[in-house]
Design a protein around this ligand. Structure first.
Ligand code: FPP
Length: 267
C-alpha cells in the first residue's frame, strides 16, 4: 500500500506561517478555488492511538468537519464535499455502521440551526432512499431549510459511491428513453447527484492513503489531488491552508498544453 510518507517529507507539508495564510488569501481573491472535496480518512487510527473505540474517532471527525467548514467559509470557498459514508462502508461491523448512522442523524439535529445561521447550504449526495426514514426526513428538512443560503455549500456524501452514482444515472437515462445519439458528457453529468454543481478543483485525502476509493469518479476527472499524513480528526486550518498553498503552486492544464508552452510554440 503506497503511503504518502514514502513520497514526501512531512516538513514540506506542515511548513506553515502567516505568510502562507497571506499568500493563500491573496490567491483566493484573484483565482478563487470553487470546490474542494475531502476524503476524511483516519478516524479509526486516531481513536486506536488513544485506546478509544472507533466511534470516538468518528465523533472527533465531526469536530474537524465543523472547524473546516468555518475555515473554508472564512476563505470564501464556494463549496465543500465530504465523504462521510461510502456504499462500501455497509460492510463494516454492525456497531460501527449503526454508530455512523446515529452520528449523522444527531449531527444534523444538533448543528442545523447554527449551519443555517452561518449561511451554509446543505446538500446530500448519495442513495438517500436506502437510509432510515428518520435520516431521510432529517436530510430532506435540512436541505429545504438551507436551500437559499449562499455563504458556502456543504455537500455530505453519505451512502455515496461513484460507481453507484453512474449506475443510477444510466438507469434513469434508459428509463427516460434517451436515444444513443443523445448521450453526451453533458447529458451524463446532468443525471449525476452533482447536476448543476461545479467539479471539484481539489480533492484532499487525509491519513496518508493514496487511493480514490470510489469518490466523485466522474467529477474529479481533472481535479488536483492532495494527500496529507494528518489524520482527519486532527485536520484544521493549517492543513487546509497547506492544501490550498500546494494547489496554487500547480498549473492546471485539463489535458492541454500550458499557456507558456503554447506561446513558445506560437512564437
Ligand atoms: C474513514 O476513516 C472515515 C469514515 C468512514 C467516516 C467519516 C465520518 C466522519 C468524519 C464523521 C461523520 C460525518 C458526519 C457528516 C456526521 P476510517 O474509519 O476508515 O479510519 P481508519 O482508516 O483509520 O480506520
Amino acid at each position: 500500500m503506497a503511503k504518502i510518507h514514502d513520497l514526501f517529507s512531512l516538513s514540506q507539508e506542515k511548513e506553515n506561517d502567516s505568510s502562507q495564510s497571506q499568500s493563500v488569501a491573496t490567491e483566493q481573491a484573484v483565482h478563487p478555488v470553487r470546490h474542494i472535496a475531502i476524503i476524511m480518512d483516519g478516524n479509526g487510527r486516531w481513536a486506536t492511538q488513544r485506546h478509544l473505540p472507533r466511534l470516538a474517532g468518528h465523533k472527533a471527525g465531526v469536530n474537524a468537519l465543523r472547524r473546516v467548514v468555518e475555515c473554508a467559509s472564512d476563505l470564501h470557498l464556494e463549496m465543500l464535499s465530504v465523504y462521510a459514508f461510502s456504499t462500501e462502508n455497509w460492510g463494516r461491523p454492525r456497531t460501527e455502521v449503526d454508530g455512523l448512522m446515529r452520528l449523522f442523524w444527531e449531527t444534523i439535529r444538533s448543528d442545523l440551526e447554527k449551519l443555517h445561521r452561518d449561511g451554509v447550504r446543505l446538500r446530500h449526495l448519495g442513495r438517500l432512499n436506502d437510509l432510515s426514514a428518520d435520516i431521510q426526513k432529517a436530510v430532506r428538512d435540512s436541505m429545504e431549510l438551507t436551500r437559499n443560503n449562499s455563504r458556502i455549500a456543504l455537500n455530505i456524501c453519505f451512502n455515496y459511491g461513484g460507481r453507484a452514482e453512474l449506475v443510477d444515472a444510466v438507469r434513469q437515462i434508459i428509463a427516460d428513453g434517451r436515444h444513443p445519439e443523445a448521450i453526451t458528457e453533458e447529458l451524463i453529468a446532468s443525471y449525476l447527484y452533482t447536476r448543476d454543481l461545479p467539479d471539484p478543483d481539489l480533492v484532499i485525502r487525509t491519513a496518508g492513503e493514496m487511493r480514490v476509493s470510489n469518490f466523485l469518479l466522474w467529477q474529479s476527472a481533472y481535479s488536483e489531488y492532495y494527500a496529507t499524513l494528518t489524520l482527519w480528526p486532527d485536520f484544521g486550518r493549517e492543513d487546509l491552508l497547506a492544501a490550498l498553498h500546494s494547489y496554487y503552486q500547480r498549473q492546471r492544464r485539463f489535458g492541454r498544453l500550458s499557456a507558456s508552452s503554447t506561446s513558445t510554440k506560437e512564437s
